[in-house]
Design a protein around this ligand. Structure first.
Ligand SMILES: Nc1nc2c(ncn2[C@@H]2O[C@H](COP(=O)(O)OP(=O)(O)OP(=O)(O)O)[C@@H](O)[C@H]2O)c(=O)[nH]1
Ligand SMILES: [Zn+2]
Length: 293
């Protein structure tokens, strides 16, 4: 038996689908030792596997060091995340978006925001969201699969490994199906009653698009703050706060009730969007609430 290097392209209930460079695919289990070491193989991990001569079953023996690691979706070695949001159907949840951005800042992974279903909104609404997120410095795109998918979105994926994520029903699979008609992405019917999409994408899977890799990931509707290690780091993960933090009178300012706070002044002068600040305050509160129990 020899060890061979491969890439985990999918995982499902403890079974890892590992693709070797020659294209062969093996279903593998993880070595029990990983659990003891508190290591968990992730989709996107490069691994050494060992294949049994007897029944052809595979075992993951070794995990290679990661370039990046994201919690939600749990993937390794991606270069960037595209977060897809709709403004209607489902209604936009800016708190969820801001929380997601907190997480990608913490993981230090480039994040691109795409607002989908723009056929359902007016220009003023587009302008409103654009002004908030472009000013912060995030790359922002609009798309509608009804009015004609923006095929140039493909350029964003060139030579990159990109996770496509977003709340359930915003149109991740639909958009990917238009961009890559020869790949299959399950599409759900939006429930008219709940105005929410059905959960259709259940597993994270890497797809080779020839000029890069993409990961269509299951939609989510909430996100916990368990990636935060201490309250004090939260303001440093708000990208738009950074140039104002140095203007606070107190070095350990949490930008809540302290006097002479650079961040609060920036909110008053509209240099920081009010929704961003409000969501920040709620993240600090949520974190403290969780700590209490
Ligand atoms: N009006 C409008 N509807 C869209 C658009 N894109 C997708 N939809 C619809 O939105 C619903 C959900 O689309 P999906 O592609 O399944 O959404 P998803 O984000 O993959 O959902 P999950 O797999 O649950 O995460 C479907 O009924 C699509 O037809 C769009 O640009 N405009
Ligand atoms: Zn402050």
């Amino acid at each position: 038996m020899i060890s061979i290097k491969g890439l985990i392209i999918k995982s499902d209930r403890g079974i890892y689908f590992v693709k070797l460079t020659n294209g062969d695919e093996y279903q593998c289990k993880a070595r029990g030792l990983f659990r003891k070491e508190d290591k968990k193989p992730l989709v996107g991990d490069y691994v050494d596997i060992r294949i049994s001569d007897e029944d052809g079953s595979g075992y993951i023996e070794e995990l290679y060091p990661r370039v990046s690691e994201l919690l939600r979706p749990p993937v390794a070695n991606i270069n960037q995340v595209i977060i897809l949001m709709s403004i209607r159907e489902p209604d936009i949840n800016l708190r969820l978006l801001d929380k997601y951005l907190l997480m990608t800042e913490k993981a230090d992974i480039k994040t691109i925001i795409v607002f989908n279903k723009t056929d359902l909104i007016e220009q003023e609404e587009k302008d409103y969201y654009q002004s908030i997120y472009e000013d912060i410095g995030y790359d922002l795109y609009f798309n509608s699969n009804v009015e004609g998918t923006k095929l140039h979105l493909k350029e964003l994926l060139e030579d990159k490994t990109t996770a496509i994520t977003g709340p359930s029903g915003v149109g991740k699979s639909t958009t990917l199906s238009y961009l890559f008609p020869d790949k299959s992405f399950p599409i759900g019917e939006i429930s008219q009653k709940l105005r929410r999409g059905k959960n259709t994408t259940r597993h994270t899977e890497i797809k080779d698009i020839g000029f890069g890799y993409i990961l269509d990931t299951p939609g989510f509707s909430s996100l916990s703050l368990d990636f935060i290690d201490n309250k004090e780091e939260i303001p440093y993960l708000m990208k738009d706060f950074q140039s104002f933090i140095s203007k606070c009178r107190f070095k350990n300012c949490m930008h809540l009730n302290e006097p002479d706070c650079g961040v609060k002044k920036a909110v008053e002068s509209n240099e920081i969007a009010e929704s961003r600040y409000k969501n920040y305050v709620s993240f600090v509160e949520e974190y403290e609430e969780k700590r209490r129990y």
